[in-house]
Write a protein that binds this ligand. Structure first.
Ligand code: HEM
Length: 406
C-alpha cells in the first residue's frame, strides 16, 4: 500500500499511529523519497540496502562505540550506561576483538551439534503439549521457551530463572528504544543492578563447583578469562553475560513467532515446505528477511565521510534500518512477497562485518528444527485470533499469537 503521509515529516522519535501495524510502507517511502533522512535530533536514517552495507563494512569510519550517545541519553553514572557501553556489541576493535574471541568456543560447529538433540527434545515436548491441548499461545508455549532454555544451557545459568531473566532483558533492551520515559529508564537501571548481583552469585557458585563436563560453557570460559587477570575485567565479565543472555533469547523468540505467524497467514507455503523439506533453510532466511527481529542498528561516524555520494560530517549517528534494507527492491525482487524459496537472500538481519551476530548459526538451527517439526506435525495450523505486535521500534516483537492445531 502506498504511503500518503508526508515523509519529510517522518521522525523515529514520534512515529505515526499506524507505524507498528505496517512500518514497511514508511520504510519504502523513505527509501524512495528520502533515503538519507534527517531525524529532528540530527541523526540520519538510512533505508537503502547498499547504504547500510557500506556502513557495516567500514568499522574504521563507522563506530559501534556508544559512549557519546548513551552519555547523553542515560548519563555516564547510570547502570544502563555501564551495561550498554561495555557489552561486546557496542565497542570497537581492539577491545571488541579481544572479547569476541572469548565467545568463539561456544559457537563452533561441534559445540552447536552437541545442542541439536537437546533442541529437538525441547521442541517435541512443546509440540506434545500442543497436541494434547489443541491450541497454544505461541510466544509463551514455544518461541520464548526454546531460546531461553538453550541460551541458559549455553551459559550455564539455571533455566528455572528464565522469567527473572526475561523481565530484566525486556527492561534493559527497552532502554535502547529511540525515546524512553522516566519509568522505563528507572526500570532499566534497576534491572542492570539486579542482573549483576544475580550473576556475581552465580559465578561465585560456579567457581566452587566447576563443570568439567561442559568446557565451552560460556560462564566458565568468561570467568576463567577474568581470573587470568588480563583478558577480561569483572565489569566486562558481568556485562558480556547479561548481553549474551539477552541477545540469545529476545531476538530468537521473535524470529520463531514471526515465522509461525507468516506461515499460518500463507498456508500454501506450509504445503510447499512439507512437500519439499529442503526448503527449510531458505524458509528460515525468508522469515528473517521479511520480519527482521532487530529492525534498527546504529553507527556513528568518527571522521568526515560520505555514503551514496552524500557527505556526512564526523560525529553523525546513523540508524541503519535493516528492516527497510531487507525490502529494497534493488536487492530483493518483489520484496513485499513472503516467498520461502527466495534465493539468493542476502538479508541484513544478523548485521554484517566485524559485529555480525555471533549466535547466528544457533538461531538458524533453532528455527530450522522448530519450524520443520511444527509444520510437519500440524500442517493445518490455524490462527485463533490476530497476532498482537508490541509498540516497539528497534525490536519487532510479537506479544501474543494464538494458534490451534486445525
Ligand atoms: C534471530 C535471532 C537473532 C538476531 C536477529 C540477531 C541479530 C543480531 C545483530 C543484528 C547483531 C549485530 C548488531 C550490530 O552490528 O550492531 C547481533 C550481534 C550479536 N548477537 Fe545476535 N541475533 C540473534 C540471535 C542471537 C543468539 C541466539 C545469540 C547467542 C546465543 C546472539 C549473540 C550475539 C552476540 C554475542 C552479538 C555481538 C557480536 C559482536 O558485537 O561482535 N544472537 N545479533
Amino acid at each position: 500500500m502506498a504511503c500518503d503521509f508526508d515523509i519529510s515529516e517522518f521522525s523515529l522519535l514520534d512515529v505515526p499511529d499506524d507505524y507498528i501495524d505496517d512500518p514497511y510502507r514508511y520504510f519504502a517511502a523513505l527509501r524512495e523519497r528520502s533515503p538519507m533522512h534527517r531525524n529532528p535530533d540530527g541523526t540520519v536514517i538510512l533505508t537503502r540496502y547498499d547504504d547500510c552495507v557500506a556502513a557495516y563494512r567500514d568499522p574504521a569510519v563507522w563506530s559501534s562505540d556508544k559512549k557519546d550517545d548513551f552519555g547523553q541519553k542515560f548519563g555516564a553514572s547510570a547502570p544502563l550506561y555501564e551495561h550498554h557501553t561495555t557489552s561486546v556489541v557496542f565497542i570497537d576493535p581492539p577491545d571488541h576483538t579481544r572479547i569476541r574471541r572469548l565467545f568463539q568456543a561456544a559457537f563452533t560447529r561441534k559445540a552447536l551439534a552437541a545442542f541439536e538433540p537437546r533442541i529437538i527434545a525441547l521442541v517435541d515436548g512443546y509440540l506434545d503439549r500442543f497436541e494434547e491441548q489443541g491450541s497454544m499461545e505461541v510466544v509463551e508455549d514455544l518461541s520464548f521457551k526454546l531460546p531461553i532454555e538453550v541460551v541458559c544451557d549455553m551459559l550455564g545459568v539455571p533455566a528455572r530463572d528464565r522469567l527473572l531473566i526475561r523481565s530484566w532483558a525486556v527492561a534493559i533492551l527497552t532502554a535502547l528504544e529511540p525515546s524512553i520515559d522516566r519509568e522505563q529508564f528507572d526500570t532499566g537501571n534497576r534491572a542492570v543492578v539486579e542482573f549483576k548481583d544475580y550473576l556475581r552469585d552465580l559465578i561465585k557458585w560456579r567457581r566452587s563447583h566447576p563443570n568439567e563436563a561442559a568446557p565451552t560453557e560460556v560462564l566458565t570460559v568468561l570467568a576463567d578469562a577474568e581470573a587470568d587477570g588480563e583478558k577480561l575485567t569483572e565489569t566486562e565479565l558481568l556485562h558480556q553475560c547479561i548481553f549474551m543472555l539477552n541477545a540469545g533469547h529476545e531476538t530468537s523468540t521473535n524470529m520463531l513467532s514471526h515465522g509461525i505467524h507468516e506461515m499460518v497467514r500463507n498456508p500454501n507455503e506450509i504445503r510447499r515446505l512439507n512437500s519439499i523439506p529442503d526448503l527449510i533453510e531458505p524458509m528460515v532466511e525468508e522469515v528473517l528477511r521479511y520480519q527482521a527481529p532487530i529492525q534498527i542498528n546504529n553507527r556513528r561516524s568518527i571522521q568526515d565521510t560520505e555514503i551514496g555520494g552524500v557527505g556526512i560530517p564526523r560525529g553523525t549517528t546513523v540508524h541503519l534500518i535493516v528492516a527497510a534494507a531487507n525490502r529494497d527492491p534493488g536487492q530483493f525482487p518483489d520484496p513485499d512477497r513472503f516467498d520461502i524459496s527466495r534465493r539468493p537472500n542476502r538479508h541484513l538481519s544478523f548485521g554484517l562485518g566485524v559485529h555480525i551476530c555471533a549466535g547466528n548459526s544457533l538461531a538458524r538451527l533453532e528455527a530450522a528444527i522448530a519450524f520443520r517439526r511444527l509444520f510437519a506435525r500440524f500442517p493445518k495450523l490455524q490462527l485463533v485470533s490476530p497476532a498482537e505486535i508490541a509498540p516497539r521500534l528497534r525490536f519487532r516483537e510479537v506479544k501474543r499469537l494464538h494458534v490451534s492445531t486445525h
